[in-house]
Design a protein around this ligand. Structure first.
Ligand code: CMC
Length: 391
């Protein structure tokens, strides 16, 4: 009974009011709290962007130092969480480990489970931003059989993460500053994107009053799919399969064939219909990072050729399908020596800032309600039960 708007995929439904991120999909505009992504990418840092997303304003020098200090103070994971991580199968996907371990944080931090206390909510947000990189690095090291590394709190956020990933006991890590800078920039570009599938998931779970660790874990699960954050891993696998620029035309033909079940990964976006401003920044950055690191990757040639062919093809033109943020990011991650199965984990580290900003915002939104969509029922009309011997 009743009449509902039918909007599969929520193409035209605004689920909330939000003051965090603005997107104009036709103009290719992306603003965090009013600041253009291009300016933040050039001038800010990921942790400053995290502060901005959460608090609404850029921090003063003093505010930033206090925030950085507080985040650093919460980077350690509980020693018992190591037992939890050690219980995973040896070849577990790091996204599975991240998803499960972040949910398990609710079993460790009971002092931030009162959703009505603003200070507890703030502390939970800080804990998540601080601990997700530690857990992410541990998930990677578990997979390759290396001992976990403690976070070095005298380092800044991204460098600290790279140390936790790559440092070997008794051998100082010689980190090229180009690597830390590139990762910081990728984190800025991935930090928030208004009501995408994972953020909407965090908000939907949050709308029931569930604890923040469970909410973010649900967001990680939503991010994992290849139509969303899993696309960066899928793009690299696709480029490897294509293998050579001479195979690009047949890959494009396959993507146009609806029966093939194959889509060009890293192409298309629900909101951006002319270009994805993040992809523009990343494309430029890919060439620069590879040059700065003196890396030549034949996959970059495949990607450039694929983009060229697809952008001239009427199928992609008519449907307004352009490279999205994930098309080139995998090539950069690869150049930074981040293994393919960690790509979506990288996305999750960055998006944690956005998820917690939205989770905090929803708790102070005056007309916030439990998320509870309706449906168009297509099943049987009412009928009488038939006993099993009469069926
Ligand atoms: N390759 C081939 N055809 C495509 C593609 C693609 N990558 N994307 C969309 N289409 C076609 C689709 O078949 C449909 O054609 P038709 O109108 O003839 O039925 C039309 O374009 C519209 O597609 P849609 O699936 O209705 O669009 P959507 O807004 O529901 O989906 C999307 C958006 C991003 C899920 C989709 O474009 C896609 O699957 N892209 C590949 C995966 C990807 O790169 N995801 C990352 C998104 S950006 C970062 C993030 O969110 O994490």
């Amino acid at each position: 009974t009743g009449y509902f708007t039918y909007d599969p995929g929520f193409v035209s439904t605004a689920s909330t009011r939000s003051a965090i991120t603005y997107i104009d999909g036709d103009q290719g505009i992306l603003l965090y709290r009013g600041y253009p992504i291009e300016q933040l990418a050039k001038q800010s840092s990921f942790l400053e962007v995290a502060y901005l997303l959460i608090n609404g304003e850029l921090p003063s020098g003093e505010q930033f130092r206090a925030f950085e200090h507080e985040v650093a103070h919460h980077t350690m994971m509980h020693e018992s969480l190591k037992n939890f991580l050690n219980g995973f199968h040896y070849d577990a996907h790091p996204m599975a480990m991240l998803c499960g371990s972040v949910a398990s944080l609710s079993a460790f931090y009971h002092d931030t489970l009162d959703m009505n206390d603003p200070e507890q909510r703030r502390l939970a947000a800080i804990r998540l931003i601080a601990k997700v990189p530690t857990i992410a690095a541990a998930a990677y090291r578990y997979g390759i059989g290396w001992p976990f590394r403690y976070p070095r709190n005298n380092l800044e956020y991204v460098t600290r993460f790279l140390h936790m990933m790559f440092e070997v006991p008794s051998e100082p890590l010689e980190l090229n500053p180009v690597v830390a800078k590139a990762l910081d920039l990728l984190f800025i570009l991935h930090a928030d994107h208004e009501q995408n599938a994972s953020t909407s998931t965090v908000r939907l779970v949050g709308s029931t009053g569930a604890n923040p660790y469970a909410c973010v874990s649900a967001g990680i699960a939503a991010l994992w799919g290849p139509a969303h954050g899993g696309a960066n891993e899928a793009v690299l696998k696709m480029l490897e399969e294509i293998g050579d620029a001479k195979n690009v035309a047949s890959a494009v033909a396959k993507a146009k064939d609806k029966n093939s079940g194959f889509r060009l990964m890293g192409f298309g976006h629900r909101v951006y219909k002319n270009f994805d401003p993040r992809a523009t920044i990343i494309r430029e950055m890919t060439h620069k990072v590879l040059a700065d690191l003196n890396v030549s990757d034949p996959l970059l040639d495949v990607a450039v050729a694929l983009e060229e062919v697809a952008l001239k093809d009427p199928y992609f033109i008519e449907r307004k399908l352009y490279p999205n943020v994930d098309f080139y990011s995998g090539i950069i991650y690869k150049a930074l020596k981040i293994p393919t199965e960690m790509f979506t984990v990288m996305f999750a580290i960055a998006r944690t800032a956005g998820w917690v900003a939205h989770w905090l915002e929803q708790h102070v939104t005056p007309d916030a309600k439990i998320g509870r969509p309706r449906q168009i029922y297509t099943g049987a009309a009412e009928r009488a039960y038939v006993p099993v011997d009469k069926r």
